[in-house]
Design a protein around this ligand. Sequence first.
Ligand SMILES: Cc1cc2nc3c(=O)[nH]c(=O)nc-3n(C[C@H](O)[C@H](O)[C@H](O)COP(=O)(O)OP(=O)(O)OC[C@H]3O[C@@H](n4cnc5c(N)ncnc54)[C@H](O)[C@@H]3O)c2cc1C
Length: 321
Amino acid sequence: MAILIFADTSNGKVSKNALEAASYGAKVASSLGTSATVITFGNADAAALAAFGTQGVTKVLVNRSLSNADSRQISKLVVGAAEKEGASVIVFSHDLIGRAVAPRVSARLGAGLVSGAIDYPNTSAGFTVKVNLFSGKAYGEIEVLSEKKVISVLPNSVGLANAGGSASVEDFAFDAGASSVKVKEVKKNEGEISLPEAELVVSAGRGMKGPENWGMIEELAKELGAATACSRPVADIGWRPHHEHVGQTGIAIAPNLYIAVGISGAIQHLAGVNRSKVIVVVNSDPEAPFFKAADYGIVGDAFQVVPQITEALRKFKASHN
Ligand SMILES: Cc1cc2nc3c(=O)[nH]c(=O)nc-3n(C[C@H](O)[C@H](O)[C@H](O)COP(=O)(O)OP(=O)(O)OC[C@H]3O[C@@H](n4cnc5c(N)ncnc54)[C@H](O)[C@@H]3O)c2cc1C
């Protein structure tokens, strides 16, 4: 009953989400008295892959022949590795790839699926996993009755292990078949802080009145070393790129600090940000729903408040250098 973790390293790097899934899987393995193996594909170097050992993983299987794989190929690869390892629990990050591949793997294995776990399984009686429901408005306890189990873990739910250790890295030759889609172009946002992995996020909404006013948001983000985000209507009307839209239909994030400027705090927005550790809201309307979810709130005009925060931050940094 080994534990298998799918970790996306297809871009040659080991992301925080991948490490977190590995940490989760290794902890489940330890509680069940078994070992944890990572399955991945791509060209990440062996030293980077061995770093999964810091999360308690003992072995990494890597398929070097797949690249730009679609979710069907990845699901075949994961099932192949699960069969090789005799895995009974397969763990994914609940990120874009995990959300697409975990259901396919569970269907192929006839396994029960827990989608978006926010805690480790309770195995004291059965196998029960806690999940978010109704966009974070409620929790659910899912009991998995099947012999094989597939779990996708919400990013930033459980954190990373702090162990030493290095995993062994083995090539895993496997024919996952041809892709059913052709990737025509991959465009990367060079130089930007990746929003799903950012610890600090400055976000803004329709209260900014227009795209020409985003300079102050970017300045504050730059001063903090934060990523920028936005509400959905802002992306829909083209003020900001869609990859910045957070919420129920956008990216779900859980940074240490989320600053929301001129965003009302509709439930669909909160669904993607309410796991942030500290939420700061700037809004001119004292009745804005976001204040109910905020740890700190500033009632005021963003056009006055945001430059003042940035200036205060500059002074603070200068006096502490
Ligand atoms: C199925 C569905 C899915 C959705 N998914 C998402 C999603 O994923 N993410 C998302 O964000 N939304 C989503 N929405 C839309 C959501 O319901 C809200 O419409 C949206 O979040 C509102 O965006 P906003 O707060 O930027 O704009 P508004 O609702 O227009 O709010 C603007 C806010 O700015 C404040 N403001 C105005 N001027 C200033 C100023 N000078 N200084 C400070 N504050 C000011 C106002 O008081 C107000 O609170 C979804 C809706 C549906 C129906």
